[in-house]
Each structure stands twice: as structure tokens, then as C-alpha cells.
Design a protein around this ligand. Sequence first.
Ligand SMILES: NC(=O)c1ccc[n+]([C@@H]2O[C@H](COP(=O)([O-])OP(=O)(O)OC[C@H]3O[C@@H](n4cnc5c(N)ncnc54)[C@H](OP(=O)(O)O)[C@@H]3O)[C@@H](O)[C@H]2O)c1
Length: 184
Amino acid sequence: MIQRHISKGRWQFDYSMTISIIAAVTQNNVIGKDNDLPWSLPADMQFFKDTTKGHHVIMGRKNYLSIPEKYRPLPNRTNVIVTRQNDFVAEDCVVTHSVEDAIEAAKESGEDEAFIIGGGEIFKQSLENNLVDRMYITRIHTEIEGDVFFPEIELNVWKEVKREDCEADDRNEYAYSFIVYEKS
Ligand SMILES: NC(=O)c1ccc[n+]([C@@H]2O[C@H](COP(=O)([O-])OP(=O)(O)OC[C@H]3O[C@@H](n4cnc5c(N)ncnc54)[C@H](OP(=O)(O)O)[C@@H]3O)[C@@H](O)[C@H]2O)c1
């Protein structure tokens, strides 16, 4: 995000980092069940991979450990884990003790867009503490039973700026929409 202002009669530019959430959410706001994703949507996996590649990805300790061992840390991204445990160790990852510290770590590395990738506790705190500029939501057009939820999106705060609707097919079991929200 670039902000400009006039200082001493000249335009000044501030280069600040965009903080984005990326999440896949069913119609009933489910994002997880039994520490896993209760659906198979390879198109969404690919979208996640393409969107976050090269960036910092910030995640809760439970989300990190829910990723199968052979796929973690997520490759070609800086994995930043948030935990309250002082002795938590994860090879080739940055370990922090709050979402704010995770964001600071990304900023200090010169990141332009950091992605908060869940899970539920981390999404909730990021939104409640007003840390987020943009949300990439894959809305899955079905209701599924689950035990972790995404907060209700407040449409008086968030404006839909982009949408792509996709049908279910042989590989993707439900219809879904890629939606981008920004603060209105
Ligand atoms: N659909 C999606 O887009 C999506 C994306 C990601 C994850 N998920 C799903 O979400 C579920 C996991 O979410 P979750 O809510 O159970 O856990 P989570 O948010 O991934 O992680 C929770 C953990 O983060 C740490 N933590 C939370 N707040 C903290 C704070 N303020 N300071 C320091 N550490 C803090 C704590 O770790 P310690 O206990 O180590 O202290 C806490 O136990 C799984 O089912 C996963 O599959 C879904």
C-alpha cells in the first residue's frame, strides 16, 4: 500500500505493508474440522499457493501443525508461527508470540503484503484488533459441519472489490467464489 502526503510543500510517499487474510469459508462460516479442512478443493489450494508465493504467511501454531509434515514449512514463503509457548521450535520458520509481533517481523524484512492464513483464533484476533487491510475469501457454496469458524464478515466495513464464481467439477466437489474484500 502506498500512501502519499504533502510535507514541506512536496509530495512524500510512504511505502507500508498490506496485511491480508486468506481463507476458505463455507456458507455457514466453517473453516475447519478436527484440525483439518473438511473438503477437497484443489482449485482453492492452487489459488492459495499462487497468491501467497514469495510472501510472509502468518499462522497459529495449531494451523502449522495441521499441515502434513512433508508439506511444512510451506515452500517459497516465509512461515511465521504464532504461539504462547516460549520453547516452541519449528525448523526454518520464524516463531513469534503475538500476531502483532508476526506482522512486525514481516515488515522488518521489507514485505509488501503479508498473509494471515489462520486458523480460527488468529483470524478472529486479527479482525478484532483491526489489523487487516484486505481479505481473500474463497466462499464455498455449501454448509458443512465443523468446529472452527470464520467471523461473520461485516458488510458495512468490508466492500467486495473482486469476484470470480466457479462451478463444481470432477476435482472440486463444491461450487465456490474467489472474493476479495477491502475496507470501505
Ligand atoms: N479454511 C481455511 O482457510 C483455514 C485456514 C487455516 C486453518 N484452518 C483450520 O483451522 C483450524 C485451526 O484453527 P484454530 O483456531 O484451532 O487454531 P490456530 O488459530 O491455528 O492456532 C491457535 C494457537 O495459536 C496460538 N495463539 C493464538 N493466539 C495467540 C496469541 N494472542 N499470542 C500467542 N499465541 C497465540 C496458540 O498456540 P499455543 O497453544 O502453541 O500457545 C493457540 O493454541 C484447523 O481445523 C485448520 O484446518 C482453516
